[in-house]
Design a protein around this ligand. Sequence first.
Ligand code: MN
Ligand code: MN
Length: 405
Amino acid sequence: MDPKPAPHHESPVLGNPDLPPEGEINTSGDPAALAMTGPQNPALANLFPSQLHAPPTDVSTQAFFWSSFNISPRRVQAGGWAREVTQPDFAISDEIAGVNMYLDAGAIRELHWHQTAEWALMTRGGCRITTLSRTGLPSVEDVYAGDLWFFPPGLPHSLQGLGPEGAEFVLAFDDGAQSESNTLLLTDWFSHTPPDVLAKNFGVAQEVFRDIPLHNLWIFPGEVPGELEKDQLAAGVQWGDDQPVIFRLAQSAPIHENSGGSIRIADSTNFPASTTVAAALVTVEPGSMRELHWHPNADEWQYYLKGSARMTVFNTGPHANTMDFTAGDVGVVKRNYGHYIENTGDEQLIFLETFRSNRYEEVSLANWLAHLPPQLVSAHLNIPAETLATFPRTTQGIVPLRTPS
Ligand code: MN
Ligand code: MN
């Protein structure tokens, strides 16, 4: 049987809006159009069904907004490892650079500082952190899975894994160009300062510095630190004198919670130290969805912690592209671009949203449409006011899976 002639001038219909018609759905009369005879990478193809078989509502194209720590080289040393996704590798990500790091029990990320602020979420185990405030006051704290820290630019700090499982965390630097490899390290400065200057500075003999390391340590094994309060006293911590540098996000009250999931926020309103990074920790149950929304004040940098997801990003043009994400992946949505995130798996979806801003801000599509004269919305969408009245009336955050009644 001869294939039917390709439909060139079909009218756009619901769910297939493009002219000229774009998408697999428009090839029904021309199955040969779908042939892919060139080289394939099946492992990658299976990971990204929405790229190979995009929904007909997609209209290409826009800058890549997917990356993953799993495609990043892992720098490993005795004591732990780190891998990063920075703007040179992920062009769209110019506001935030991400690092995923692990320190085994006792291992130390050496004393250092850098040009950008460092925001972090603990994802596994425990970590002892030290830092100094702008006014010179020390902090020594222990953080665990679900806790955050924030170090302003230029302020020195260290990280050390606690027992028994060490510490895994994700860092968000407030500049896409910041790399874990361009930090200022204590050992580098010592080994590159004339010994007589070191002696003069610390008021001791040059011989004191005979055994300093001549190459930096970056990450190195160490003893699991003892009691927290003892370290705090030894460092001269004066409680209550300064803003806390940590925040227990996972223990905070959610701003949205329903049967579909929850959203917890950390920004300068509840975590005053965090002046340049705001964040949301989002849990979405199977079949439920992070609602259609956008962020007016900053790009969203996402880190997928658990489960699998599908996100479509809506851009001017129009352009709309759908992408699949799994645990370990990173996504970016530029400010003001519309998006939703659907849990496509059988387990909970957990992901992190970070923003280079002091405030978390979101515009919910449903909340906006519910706060307009209904006739105005009807005039745009041809949906009667009575039906619009059944739409959600507020920002839900998460849209729960509706079981068919
Ligand atoms: Mn750092
Ligand atoms: Mn968002």
